[in-house]
Structure formats: C-alpha cells, structure tokens
Design a protein around this ligand. Structure first.
Ligand SMILES: C[S@@+](CC[C@H](N)C(=O)[O-])C[C@H]1O[C@@H](n2cnc3c(N)ncnc32)[C@H](O)[C@@H]1O
Length: 152
C-alpha cells in the first residue's frame, strides 16, 4: 500500500516532507484536479481541498477503483462563509448522494461527513505502474496487491 498526499503550495509540502513520515508515504506539490484527471485508480480518496471536490468532483469519482472509498467532510458546516461556499456544498452533497457510480452514507458528525463506495465497473483493469493522484490525500494499492486482495 502507498499513501500519496498532495498540496499545491510548495512551502507546505516542504514542511510535510521534513517530518518523520513512514516510507510508504509520499508528499507531492501538485494540483489535485490535474492528477485526478489522469488514469490512476485509487482505493481511498480524501479530497480535503476545493480541488477534487468543488472542482473536478466527477474526476474524483471516476478515479476510485471498484469498491474504493471516498471520504468527504464539511458537508454541514456550522455556517457558510459565502454564497459560493453554500452553493458548492449543496452541489457536492447532492452529487455524492445521487451519482449512480456510488453508494453513499451521510453521517451527522462533526462538520458533516459523507462516505462513498464506488460500485463495480464491469471489466475494470487497474493500470500497472501508474502514479498517483494529487489530491489532498490518496491511498492506493499497487496492482499486484489489489490482484491478491481480489483473489482472496
Ligand atoms: C483544508 S486544507 C487541508 C490540509 C490538510 N489536508 C490537513 O488536514 O492539514 C486545504 C489544502 O488544500 C490545498 N490546495 C488548495 N488548492 C489545491 C489544489 N488545486 N490542489 C492541491 N491542493 C490544493 C491548500 O494549499 C491547503 O493546504
């Protein structure tokens, strides 16, 4: 398993990589929207930024492997800071709860969580050797691990 964390601000990434991270964690400077538009597939995506949530939500859903999960927070914040914030939050919530590719559950806890599972996608093939996404946090099994997992 590998964990990829991305942020678009280089200074933040420099701080993160200076920490004592486990060797399966990589931290990259990247734009989450760009990376989620690539062909990589992920076991878990936590889009903790406008990228992949307000912008590119469709790419986030498409980037989940079958059975993969996405966790989205801040769906019912105590207050909205702007009309844009309110409208985007409503849009994201409605998409996550209605998209036919997902099975989602809403949890009334903290700032409001939605946990989604990607449904099966027919004869899906995980691209081998593909590199990961640039979302705030993504977890991926490599192709071989996934194959073993499926065989069990
Ligand atoms: C709510 S913070 C989350 C930070 C981190 N997940 C945490 O819990 O400490 C959102 C982060 O998204 C980053 N960000 C904003 N736009 C981005 C983009 N297009 N691609 C990647 N990261 C982005 C910001 O720099 C910021 O650090």
């Amino acid at each position: 398993m590998s964990v990829t964390s991305v942020d678009i601000v280089p200074q933040l990434v420099r701080v993160a990589v200076s920490l004592d991270l486990a060797d399966y964690v990589e931290v990259l400077v990247a734009d989450g929207v760009d990376l989620l538009s690539e062909e990589s597939r992920w076991s878990l995506i936590f889009a903790d930024a406008p990228a992949g949530k307000w912008d590119g939500l469709d790419s986030t859903i498409a980037a989940l492997e079958p059975g993969g999960n996405s966790l989205v927070d801040d769906m019912t914040p105590p207050e909205f800071v702007s009309d844009l914030h309110r409208n985007k939050t409503i849009e994201v919530r409605e998409t996550l709860l209605s998209d036919a590719r997902l099975r989602s559950v809403e949890i009334d806890w903290a700032s409001g969580l939605i946990i989604c599972a990607r449904t099966g996608c027919g004869s899906w093939r995980l691209p081998h050797g593909s590199r990961g996404s640039r979302l705030a946090c993504c977890v991926r099994r490599d192709g071989d691990s996934l194959a073993r997992h499926r065989a069990e």
